[in-house]
Design a protein around this ligand. Sequence first.
Ligand code: PBG
Length: 331
Amino acid sequence: MTAFPTRRLRRLRQSPTLRRLVAENDLTARRLVLPVFVKEGIDAAQPIASMPGVDQHPLGALPGLVEKAVAVGIGGIMLFGVPAVRDATGSGATDPGGILNRAIAVAADAAAGRITVQADLCLDEFTDHGHCGVLAADGSVDNDATLEIYAQMALAQAGAGADILGLSGMMDGQVAACRAALDAAGYSDVVILAYSAKYASAFYGPFRDAVESTLQGDRRTYQLDPANGREGVQEVLADIDEGADIVMVKPAGPYLDVLAEVASVSDVPVWAYQVSGEYALIEHAAAAGLIDRERAIGESLVGIRRAGAEAILTYWALEVAGWLDEGKVLA
Ligand code: PBG
């Protein structure tokens, strides 16, 4: 007869010092990337109603933001452009004078190699119909016509000084098309981050507000079905085959199984994007007094790390890096 359980699994949990010592995963500032919205034609930051604490920034605010990012040691910033005018082909995306390309130039100049400058490579912010590609006569998204524009966009972003291009449009062949265009133009050092397993998600809702997207309908003919895990892995393997330097799963929280599977098969770095809806849920729940904000943020991020993400795009990047700097234990 044994009076006690034989395994004392609680032994290592008895004190904060032991828990800290045996924690399997943690967050570090270098693994965090801050998404930044830059809006054309404004001269002061504008709050985004659906994302409390996140603003649309004027071009002139970028050098200051870059300094903050450098000061807390995050890995980089991911730029999104919010143009004043949109059209059917998203011409603002390939125009060197377009808001995103100007933002890249300003940020790259300010960063001067101290953090990475990354840019979203997709058409949805620039098209008047809000789709990630151009449309065929029947209204469907034309994959191959879109690839030609993505290739031009890659050249514009590389020319403006981006270190990493975030291919988020989910067109077939986009990695190969951009890699070929970059290499042919002498930009062989520009890194491709492929948003490989990008799901058709309701959690992008607040982002539409952030970039003032006009999308009618949905993106289910190109983004992945939330029911499919294996297909996400297939997308990742295809992108690696096409030359992706880094692959990503997006959103993060509802897709941790996909992330873990991708992390186990990928031979390139695996990142995750904690998207606008994941941010908004925690912020609104905390504002309503329903949840401990700091702990929920820490737990959401360490969960994404535990599932296998080596870096995370998160709207809390600066704040969390600041907490880490203060030595706060998260989660
Ligand atoms: C495409 C893009 C989107 C997001 C990042 N890149 C929007 C979409 O595909 O609908 C969403 C990010 C977020 O929700 O935080 N340009």
